[in-house]
Design a protein around this ligand. Structure first.
Ligand code: FAD
Length: 498
């Protein structure tokens, strides 16, 4: 048994951020992580000569001129030499009609390309791009991040909104709807599919508009050395500040004494007593299991029973004896003949090609990864009940996908040196995230309208951080750790230092 001031549950981006900010404020701090290493869903791993990355695709808000980059400076995380420029957001290829569009940083070109293919939808295209253009040159990344809902004030909110007044019209009317709803107005089914495929179909139009404008302004980049390198820089910073991390340390229970969080009990029964607890783990795991469902209000129950999750997927990575000099790092292929995999009809393959840095493969070789939809229940029960069939189904999925890639990259089947399949059950095992949902809640219009509190009524010195309260994304998660530490300081009536 040991006594420390703060215990943080989870060494994902949010837990590491909470730990760094706790240390910056002088709290002795221990991070407990159930896994054997840090990162959570921001994971990359080695297979022979290849570095496979199953996490962060792009970084935003990191440039020195971005308001949100303050979080990197405060945390002491050096991004110098770690970020590669992103020139093409994505390529969209449709096998059914041969249409091909590259989303470059030139929005006029993109609008022209879309109009060239979908002449009946000129108005919808113009409406969409009007929304995007209002975000150009606007630093809207910090809205709602600087303070937790518990600490924000009407004045702070007004200031944040005033700073983006030029884009107000892009936050209202049709732009508040989801992309799939907005795209219903398209007469051309291809355009409908293109628009909903720009990001998740349930996100509001303003979100995609903001993202495309940010891309056009050069605000997106790739992590040159993969997710884990970035995570390790956070972990190192935490340790340099005197923080401690324990791995293979699953928290089972949050201890409560007299209405105050008093530490945690681990799976092996050991206790870590502390003056405060920050959970940066899965929200359901935290509220229902570690706290036994005792601090749930109606809104939280509604959320955990009714809200949509970003579905978990099948992540199939190949280490290949070939290069892809003319490919872009993200391509969506709409298949002429959908694949049927374990009851899921797959119409699109989402390809990541890691050709923007030499860190992922030696010369003459490359890593290509495919994300497809998958059924959590199928993979989870197979993994538990029939491990050899689980392994066989993973191989079958990889083979099916390879067959479809052959049309675009002839000979690819014979160039595979390494194959790796992560299923929804892998994500679940690796993070304990409910239903393997690696990106937490679906960022629907309703999600953005709801502010999720980081504290629980009736329980002091307990705080939540992470994507289940902040929403997924590197920047929101790093800020969520900052907010949790700020709330901790407030509880202790200490000024929050950065
Ligand atoms: C495939 C993918 C691509 C992405 N791409 C991007 C992108 O391009 N840009 C972007 O900004 N964001 C992206 N994201 C989102 C971003 O990476 C995540 O939102 C963020 O990493 C989540 O961090 P977290 O710390 O909140 O949660 P997690 O990473 O889930 O960390 C939670 C940690 O808690 C641990 N834990 C759980 N239960 C316990 C327990 N009982 N005891 C101890 N430890 C526990 C878990 O093992 C895990 O390490 C992507 C995410 C994924 C999955």
């Amino acid at each position: 048994m040991s006594e420390r001031d703060v215990v943080v549950i989870g060494a994902g981006l949010s837990g590491l951020s909470a730990g760094i900010y706790a240390r910056l404020n002088g709290y002795p701090c221990l991070i407990l992580e159930q896994n054997s290493g840090p990162g959570g869903v921001a994971a990359s791993w080695r297979r022979g000569e290849y570095l496979l990355d199953g996490g962060i695709h792009f970084l935003s808000g990191h440039r020195p001129e971005d308001a949100t980059s303050v979080v990197f400076r405060e945390m002491g995380v050096d991004l110098e030499g770690r970020v590669a420029e992103m020139n093409v957001y994505g390529r969209f290829l449709d096998e059914n009609n041969g249409r091909r569009v590259d989303v470059t940083r030139d929005l006029d070109r993109l609008a022209r390309d879309l109009k060239g293919y979908a002449g009946e939808d000129l108005e919808t295209i113009d409406l969409f791009f009007r929304g995007v253009r209002r975000f150009r040159g606007l630093d809207a990344g910090t809205i709602g991040l600087s303070r937790a809902p518990e600490q924000t004030t009407p004045l702070v909110k007004m200031r944040e909104l005033w700073a983006v007044r030029r884009a107000w019209a892009s936050f209202s009317g049709v732009y508040r709807r989801s992309m799939s709803d907005f795209a219903r107005a398209c007469r051309d089914p291809w355009l409908r599919r293109f628009l909903t495929g720009l990001f998740l179909p349930d996100v509001p139009v303003w979100f995609v508009s903001f993202l495309l404008a940010l891309h056009a302004d050069g605000g997106l980049g790739y992590l040159k050395h993969g997710s884990l390198d970035f995570v390790m820089s956070l972990e190192k910073r935490f340790r340099d500040l005197g923080g401690e991390v324990a791995y293979n340390a699953p928290v089972e229970t949050v201890l409560v004494e007299g209405g105050r969080a008093a530490g945690v009990r681990l799976g092996d029964g050991s206790l870590h007593r502390s003056g405060a607890v920050i959970s940066a783990a899965d929200g359901r795991e935290t509220l229902f299991r570690m706290l036994g469902g005792r601090y749930l209000d109606k809104a939280a129950v509604g959320r955990y029973t009714g809200w949509k999750l970003v579905p978990s997927n099948l992540t199939v990575s190949f280490g290949l004896r070939r290069e892809f000099p003319n490919e872009v790092p993200l391509t969506t292929i709409s298949l002429m003949h959908p694949i049927s995999l374990n009851g899921v009809k797959i119409e699109d393959l989402l390809l990541r090609i890691f050709n923007y840095s030499s860190a992922f493969a030696p010369k003459g070789r490359s890593v290509l990864q495919v994300w497809v939809e998958a059924d959590f229940d199928f993979w989870q029960s197979l993994r538990e009940e029939d491990p050899s069939r689980y392994a066989a189904e993973k191989r079958r999925a990889a083979d099916e996908i390879l067959k479809r890639l052959e049309k675009h990259y002839p000979g690819i089947g014979g160039q595979v040196e390494v194959g790796d399949v992560a299923t929804p059950a892998t994500f679940r095992r690796y993070t304990r995230n409910q239903r393997g949902a690696a990106m937490a809640w679906m960022p629907t219009p309703r999600f953005f309208r709801t502010s999720l509190r980081r504290t629980l009524k009736g329980l002091s010195h307990f705080f939540m951080a992470g994507q289940w309260v902040s929403g997924a994304g590197v920047i929101p998660c790093l800020y969520s750790g900052r907010q949790a530490a700020a709330l901790l300081c407030r509880s202790d009536k200490k000024p929050f230092r950065v």
